[in-house]
Design a protein around this ligand. Structure first.
Ligand code: HEM
Ligand SMILES: [Ca+2]
Length: 686
């Protein structure tokens, strides 16, 4: 194993190693099975400290300061008229199919993965929840806590708690961050109303940005695609802001809840689309290929249909602006690089499969290439990426990964709902916004820094990855440059300059958006999740000292009136990291639960052994898939990377040295030659 051994957890018995060892006390734990042994680092925090600051004294000036510092461009480069024109879709709740065919391949929308509950994990269905929602006012996400106290403004929280302090991660590269965003974009895309025109005057006219009342923040603007504007019910909302609660669907429990537009499964829906219509737009219908645009003898994603929406800062409509399975493909250059890698990998697989099996039709080649691509991606996600974030031992103990010794892992459990947890998508996963680095290095083959690009110059402008040798140079930067440490500090490129329009000094604040989303989704408080995760309930701010360092507990007392008011996303982002992971205790608990559900609830998970039904791989094929690494995918689909380290999420080191692509293991596709399969997969496909 190439990771240093994680110091959390001991061999828990089965999936129910549910004890949380904490400051010597052992607490039974209602949901999750995390056992933290090495908590010595918290021991010194185990006494009560008298707080130094009084919230009532400092609060008013603090808010004034925030108001003045707020960047004023609420509309993010869009005019109200343009935004209104984009409001053309209503969120639709997924309909349960009348029957599920015995398909050997995944559906595009994720339906019929679970045969008893065919909508589980499907696109346009609600998130899962570990705890029921708590909304401040019982109707909307107004910033009122359970106790009736006013909650601090998201922007004030961001300025006080998430400043930029540059600390490099000693072990992991920017690729670990970037792959994380790919996973996030495979699991969740909130269906949201267009907030820009939601706040109305009494006679139903939209308020201008400078007329917005307190508590009515249009900070959650579209990322440049019509799918993010989901409502045409505007100006019905005098007195409150439309929220994602206005766009909801019945959940498994019968209640209504927020909806995610994309499939919950780790199924590369960001490459293949989350419904059949999008998938159709992306396919060439020729030898199993996905559509591409050829430029400079390379394959790039096809051009977006509406460049001014998808890439609002593009200089012309002919500037490269991509269409992919996920609308966020253009959001930042390295995200686009990874999307391109998986797109090209599909076409590379399709080419080889069609040569091996010349009698296969377009559909069979397409589905087999898709199945292999998803399997390789799931393998990289679970065995190469996830242990970095939730720890190696923790992953084994909780049956997230297995010592399979060359066999299948038959852990599919139809009772496990694979839905992305609202807590994961809206809080835990977003904690990793702290890994972002604001300037991306361009590196030569010798790993010399040739220059760098500023993130906020290139949001939603992927053209930068196509010029000169940038594709390889950016890729080398991504796998060489350290990511920022997982902590509370966040790069200014996303807290001051997110989606900065050309020529403007400021943009939006991602961490303020994260806090606003937490409330919009009515996530229960940090304190509630402490209890769920086996930590003691905090009765005073000092009770947070077991997980949150003193200086941050002090800041919390400046912001909040009551420990029960502390937002989940805020409390969990301040926790001390559990050694061997990149998460504090509550984030670790949510993260671990999420990735248990994402695999055990996925009937098509690549390690499941169901070769007789045609849905799974043969053992030979599975063991080939297990050879893949992210390094291999970069070697095969970059331009001429030549050398890279075998484990690209880890920094180059003595045990992870630059290696020729010739010596990076690869998947032998001969195992997919038809005679080995016995029957034609085409016969099984519906
Ligand atoms: C340069 C890198 C990144 C940028 C610029 C970025 C930016 C954003 C933006 C603008 C949003 C939407 C905010 C909102 O309106 O609610 C968002 C959401 C989100 N981000 Fe990031 N992000 C980055 C990296 C990451 C990483 C590394 C992760 C996790 C490992 C992540 C996880 C998420 C998740 C889960 C959401 C919620 C998605 C949804 O449910 O719609 N992001 N991010
Ligand atoms: Ca998905």
């Amino acid at each position: 194993m190439f990771y240093s051994e994680v110091e959390i957890g001991q061999k828990a018995k089965g999936r129910v190693g549910i004890m949380f060892t904490f400051l010597g006390a052992i607490k039974p734990h209602s949901i999750r099975r995390i056992k933290i042994v090495n908590m010595q680092s918290y021991f010194y925090l185990g006494f009560i400290v008298i707080l130094l600051f009084s919230a009532s004294n400092s609060h008013p000036e603090f808010i004034n300061f925030i108001t003045e510092a707020e960047p004023t461009n609420f509309l993010d480069g869009f005019s109200i008229q343009e935004l209104e024109e984009q409001q053309n879709t209503d969120v639709q709740c997924a309909q349960s199919p009348e029957f599920c065919p015995a398909a050997i391949y995944r559906s595009y929308d994720g339906s019929c993965n679970n045969l008893k509950n065919p909508t589980w994990g499907a696109s346009q269905t609600p998130y899962g929840r570990l705890l029921p929602p708590k909304y401040g006012d019982g109707i909307s996400s107004a910033a009122l806590a359970k106790s009736g106290n006013e909650l601090p403004w998201p922007r004030s929280i961001s300025l006080l708690l998430y400043p930029e302090v540059k600390i490099e991660d000693p072990k992991f590269t920017l690729a670990a961050m970037q792959f994380g965003q790919i996973i996030a974009h495979d699991m969740s895309l909130i269906a949201e109303p267009n907030t820009a025109t939601q706040c109305c005057t009494q006679d139903g006219q939209p308020l201008q940005a400078n007329q917005l009342p307190a508590g009515c923040f249009p900070i959650l603007l579209p990322e440049g695609d019509p799918q993010r504007q989901v409502t045409n019910t505007k100006c019905l909302n005098f007195g409150r802001t439309l929220t994602t609660r206005d766009l909801n669907c019945p959940s498994a429990s019968g209640a209504t809840d927020q909806v995610t537009i994309i499939t919950h499964f780790l199924d590369l829906s960001n490459v293949y689309g989350s419904n059949a219509q999008v998938n159709q737009m992306l396919r060439e219908f020729n030898r199993g290929r996905l559509r591409v645009a050829q430029r400079n003898h390379r394959e790039w994603p096809p051009q977006a249909n509406n460049v001014s929406q998808s890439c609002p800062f593009a200089r012309s409509t002919t500037e490269a602006c991509y269409m992919a399975g996920d609308v966020r493909v253009n959001q930042n250059p390295q995200l686009a690089v990874l999307q391109i890698i998986f797109l090209r990998e599909h076409n590379r697989l399709a080419q080889i499969l069609s040569e091996l099996n010349p009698h296969w039709d377009d559909e069979t080649i397409f589905q087999e290439a898709r199945k292999i691509n998803i399997a390789m991606y799931q393998h990289i996600t679970y065995y190469e990426w996830l242990p970095i974030f939730i720890g190696v031992t923790n992953s084994y103990n909780n049956k997230i990964i297995f010592e399979s010794k060359g066999g299948f892992v038959n852990d599919y459990n139809p009772k496990v709902n694979p839905a992305t947890l609202n807590e994961h998508a809206t809080s835990t996963s977003r904690f990793y916004h702290s890994l972002i680095v604001g300037f991306l290095d361009l590196l030569s083959k010798q790993r010399q820094v040739l220059g760098n690009i500023r993130l906020s110059d290139w949001f939603n402008r992927p053209t930068v990855v196509e010029s000169g040798d940038n594709f390889d140079q950016l890729t080398r930067g991504m796998i060489t440059q350290p990511e920022s440490k997982a902590n509370q500090f966040v790069d200014k490129e996303v807290t001051q300059h997110l989606f900065r329009p050309p020529g403007q000094p400021f943009g939006r604040d991602l961490k303020a958006a994260d806090v606003a989303r937490n409330r919009d989704h009515g996530l229960s408080s940090y304190n509630d999740y402490r209890v769920l995760c086996g930590l003691p309930k905090a009765h005073s701010f000092d009770d947070f000292l077991d997980t949150i360092p003193k200086e941050n507990v002090e800041k919390l007392t400046l912001l909040y009136e009551d420990p029960d008011d502390v937002d989940l996303t805020v409390g969990s982002s301040l926790e001390k990291i559990v050694p061997g992971t990149l998460a504090g205790p509550v984030n670790l608990c949510i993260f671990t639960e999420q990735f248990y559900r994402s695999r055990a609830g996925d009937r098509y998970f690549y390690e499941n052994g169901s070769p007789n039904t045609g849905a799974g791989f043969t053992l030979d094929q599975l063991n080939e898939i297990r050879k893949v690494t992210m390094a291999r995918l970069l070697c095969d689909n970059g331009h001429n990377l030549a050398k890279l380290q075998p484990f690209i999420f880890l920094r180059i080191s003595f045990s992870n040295q630059l290696t020729s692509c010739d010596n990076i293991p690869s998947v032998n596709l001969l195992h997919w030659k038809e005679e080995k399969l016995g029957t034609s997969n085409a016969d099984h496909f519906f």
